[in-house]
Design a protein. Structure first.
Length: 404
């Protein structure tokens, strides 16, 4: 299975470092193409030099940006409006647009919480600039144009730096408040190796939070196909200020997935509460939730609630179940699940004379596609627009997928 592993352990991550690392991975062609479209839409006169440099001896890409005129607004309402307009202008898929909006929303929401200000009246400073648009939109633009949007991203723990940093509201400790809030909200593993200064920026952590499939603590067994590095602006005293990407294959045997299965028996919970907790657990990151009837001690009719989740989520979800249902304990079993490789492919489909984008989940064995199925949310959306029953529409979409 192909994966891209982000390694921000050495010098953290910023938006320009992430974008530069992708340029090192795929080349500069689509970045230059994107800069042209950014200039055409915003009229800011951006120019960029793509430099191959050495940071403490490490070969890397450094992006040197010059802006003649920045965007003239910093209120979230205005930024959202301009972002939506720019995304309509750009020739990218709805999947890429969704990931870009998710990334910006992480920043907006974090700043809203930090400043206790609703989004409708919130205004930004450091992140309200054209280079934020360049970093976030450019990152996903390059992924899509190089067919990497479907590739799973993994991320090692993120170095935050240490000390203090000056920004528009004065001096704050590192990690900065918005960075800490995004790390909290997305439960990301961060640490400090006591390097002085800010290594992890709000844009950097927001991109990582939106792009990764999961975070890992150590480098797994992989076959490295390509190494890419993006350099930051700072020159650190004792190490290279670079972020590294490993474009790799995880050997087939390593794609066995270790998961946690959580179970508890409940005999005093109403159907309404039991039904609602399924949705809540899925929202909190459970991979699957089910319940079935059984007979407990003293011949009481009861339910067995079963949750399948990543091992890292087990403790959080177990405590959530105990809090919500009042059960006194939750059992955990570690299991191994054999999984087919999978990827998401976006295809254009013709339904009732209209063209729609639909995501298909493709199942693969040793790199060969053995089946595909349209994503439910896309079936639902197209069904609502065409008034075709879900069961009939699914058949049409599958037929069109295999007719290409």
């Amino acid at each position: 299975m192909e994966v891209i592993i982000i390694d921000p352990r050495l010098a953290g991550a910023s938006g320009d470092m992430l974008l530069a690392s992708i340029v090192d991975l795929v080349g500069e062609k689509h970045l230059l193409e994107f800069i042209e479209q950014l200039n055409e839409y915003f009229k800011t006169g951006i120019s960029i030099n793509i430099n191959r440099i050495k940071k403490k001896g490490l070969n890397s890409i450094y992006l040197e940006l010059a802006i003649n005129r920045d965007i003239p607004y910093n209120h979230v309402v205005d930024l959202k409006r301009e972002l939506n307009g720019f995304l309509e202008y750009l020739p990218i898929s709805s999947v890429a647009k969704s990931k870009i909006k998710e990334t910006f929303q992480l920043i907006f929401k974090a700043e809203s919480i930090v400043h206790n200000e609703p989004l409708e009246t919130l205004h930004l400073h450091e992140t309200a600039s054209i280079d934020t648009f360049l970093d976030i939109v450019g990152f996903y633009y390059l992924l899509e144009k190089n067919n990497l949007l479907h590739v799973p991203f993994l991320c090692l723990p993120i170095n935050t730096g240490s000390g203090f940093v000056e920004f528009s509201h004065g001096k704050v400790s590192v990690p900065a408040p918005a960075v800490s809030e995004i790390a909290r909200a997305k439960r990301l593993l961060v640490f400090s190796d006591q390097t002085e200064g800010e290594l992890l920026t709000p844009t950097g952590i927001a991109i990582i939070a939106s792009v990764i499939t999961k975070q890992i603590e150590v480098l797994p067994p992989i076959i490295i196909k390509k190494i890419a590095r993006g350099a930051g602006t700072k020159n650190l005293k004792n190490k290279a200020n670079v972020l590294t990407l490993f474009y790799s294959d995880i050997p087939e045997d390593e794609s066995k997935h270790c998961l946690s299965v959580l179970e508890t028996h409940v005999d005093d919970v109403s159907g309404e509460i039991l039904g609602s907790i399924v949705s809540l657990l899925l929202e909190k990151g459970a991979l699957d939730v089910s319940y079935y009837p059984l007979v407990m001690k003293k011949n009481r009719p009861a339910w067995n609630l079963r949750i399948i989740c990543e091992k890292e989520k087990a403790s959080e979800l177990a405590h959530f179940v105990m809090l919500e249902l009042g059960t006194l304990g939750v059992r955990e079993t570690i299991v191994t699940r054999y999984e087919l490789e999978r990827q998401i492919t976006v295809k254009k489909v013709e339904i009732k004379g209209k063209t729609f984008e639909c995501r298909f989940k493709e199942r693969m064995i040793k790199g060969e596609i053995v089946g595909a199925k349209p994503e439910y949310e896309d079936i639902k959306r197209i069904s609502q627009e065409t008034e075709i029953p879900l069961i009939d529409l699914e058949k049409q979409l599958i037929k069109q997928y295999y007719s290409e």
